[in-house]
Write a protein that binds this ligand. Structure first.
Ligand code: GLA
Length: 358
């Protein structure tokens, strides 16, 4: 009888161990804890809905403000600061031990364009512009220094045009300052927080021609002593492109010059658009099983490529929590949570990669 009891007990313990081994990791961040952090970009609506923030807590250990830290939003006019929404996200991160990425300090779009003009609307000199930029960067970086560990310092300064002789985007910033504005921005950010990892961030970053431009610019700046310590691969992809080889090649290229790569704005459209173009999908409400299969396979491949480079990738951030929030529109089906904040099949494909033997 005693023996029987012992055997039963051993069998019970074995069964329990087996079940707990077979249990899938709770959230995305748990599944990837030996690889990299998993981040999410949030908007003020997300922050005000407790259920959505529970989803964030369960799945993500890094956050980015989608818009509210951009220069034009947080500093819309000289002497006018709008910190409220950004503060809410920073406080949420502080309270929940979540890391915060700062996005972004200099960008040609959603920029604080007042910095370019005086009170009579005449263009200011480069020197005046730099004074204003320095004040902007110093104020924002100092305010969130305790919780922001990485900043997208300069966003999208390179041109997409494969035929252009000049590799830089012909923005107002570039017209006024040449590429010196990049050096100045990194210098100001570094002075404000010498411990932060400072990123150059761009899209179409797996395109061979664009990735050469990004690489050459970062290398040139670093050779001149500019403190660029990370490259942000935005990761606005689609269900067809980029290929695994293109992703691998881009990561390997960038890792020659930086030891921190963050995927900063990941989403996967179901049409063939890519990168920063703001064109919305014309696909129907329901996507076909074939397209969904492509989408699932693309997500599985993308994460396999990222896992294979865990030595240099520290963080992979989704650009928005659910399709309901996406800048691409829910019809573009770009994220792992759907228009009702429910996980899609791709969620388990990405999370349970061990079981799926990816
Ligand atoms: C770019 C920017 C982001 C965001 C997206 C669209 O990629 O870096 O801040 O504006 O476009 O949401």
């Amino acid at each position: 009888m005693k023996k029987l009891l012992q055997i039963t007990l051993v069998a019970l313990v074995a069964a329990m161990t087996l079940t707990s081994c077979a249990k899938e990791p709770a959230g995305l961040k748990d599944a990837y804890k030996k690889y990299f952090m998993i981040g999410v970009a949030v908007n003020p609506r997300n922050v005000s809905v407790p259920e959505q923030m529970e989803l964030v807590k369960a799945n993500f250990n890094s956050m980015t403000c989608e818009n509210v830290m951009k220069p034009g939003e947080i500093h819309p006019a000289e002497g006018v600061w709008k910190f409220e929404e950004a503060d809410k996200v920073a406080d949420f991160c502080r309270e929940n031990g979540i890391k915060l990425r700062g996005h972004c300090l200099v960008w040609h779009s959603q920029f604080a364009n007042w910095m370019f003009y005086d009170s009579e609307q005449n263009p200011v000199s480069k020197e005046v512009f730099y004074e204003r930029l320095k004040e902007h960067i110093t104020t924002v970086v100092n305010r969130y220094k305790d919780v922001i560990y990485a900043w997208d310092v300069v966003n999208e300064a390179m041109s997409d045009d494969p035929d252009a002789e000049d590799p830089y985007r012909p923005s107002r910033l570039y017209q006024l300052c040449g590429d010196e504005f990049i050096a100045k921005a990194f210098q100001f950010a570094h002075e404000a927080d010498p411990n932060a990892i400072l990123f150059y961030n761009d899209y179409n970053e797996c395109d061979p021609a664009k990735s050469d431009k990004i690489y050459n610019m970062v290398k040139k700046m670093q050779d001149a002593g500019v403190p660029i310590t990370g490259i942000g691969m935005q990761g606005h992809y689609n269900a067809y492109e980029p290929s695994e080889d293109q992703i691998n090649a881009a990561i390997e290229k960038y890792s020659k010059i930086v030891s921190h790569i963050h995927v900063t704005e990941l989403d996967v459209r179901v049409n063939r658009e890519m990168g920063g173009r703001l064109r919305f999908s014309t696909e129907g409400e329901e996507i076909s099983p074939e397209v969904e299969q492509r989408f699932n396979d693309q997500y599985a491949m993308i994460f396999r490529a990222f896992r294979n480079h865990k030595d240099v990738i520290d963080c992979v951030t989704f650009w928005n929590l659910a399709d309901a929030d996406s800048w691409l529109g829910a019809r573009n089906y770009p994220l792992l949570f759907d228009k009702d904040f429910q996980p899609k099949a791709a969620y388990s494909i990405v999370k349970d990669f061990k079981k799926n033997k990816e």
